[in-house]
Structures are given as structure tokens and as C-alpha cells.
Design a binder for this molecule. Structure first.
Ligand SMILES: [Zn+2]
Length: 72
């Protein structure tokens, strides 16, 4: 059964950064990397927590079948 996925968009630039099944450590790393590279003015600190990272992103559930498969 297809799982609902989560689209994670950056609140600063509006870019969809990730489309994932769940928010794992690797996803958090991806998000933190986006902030560091694209928005260096946003200070995360050396070891930002999950809440600190996710506060910079909007998470939207995506129902299976409502979108074409990932182009990437
Ligand atoms: Zn951004």
C-alpha cells in the first residue's frame, strides 16, 4: 500500500528540498545543508536539533497518486 509522503519546502526560498517517507537523520542533514549553503544568515549552530532545523521548513503531506513520480 502506498505511503503518504512528506514534501519539505524551505520557508526562506520556497524551494521544495525533499520528498520523503519519513524524517530521518539523513533528511535532517540534507535540510541543514540547504540552510547552510543557501541561507548562511540563518544561524543553526554546530549541532542543531531536529526542531531547530524543521522550524525553517514547511512540511506538506502528499497523497500517493496525486503527483507524478520523482523526476530526480
Ligand atoms: Zn531555502
Amino acid at each position: 500500500m502506498p505511503r503518504t509522503r512528506l514534501r519539505i519546502s524551505c520557508v526562506h526560498c520556497g524551494r521544495p528540498v525533499a520528498l520523503v517517507g519519513d524524517i530521518s537523520l539523513s533528511v535532517l542533514t540534507l535540510l541543514a545543508t540547504h540552510l547552510q549553503r543557501r541561507h548562511p544568515g540563518e544561524q543553526l549552530g554546530a549541532h542543531p536539533g531536529e526542531d531547530a532545523i524543521l522550524s525553517h521548513f514547511a512540511i506538506t503531506p502528499v497523497n500517493p497518486g496525486s503527483e507524478p513520480p520523482d523526476a530526480a
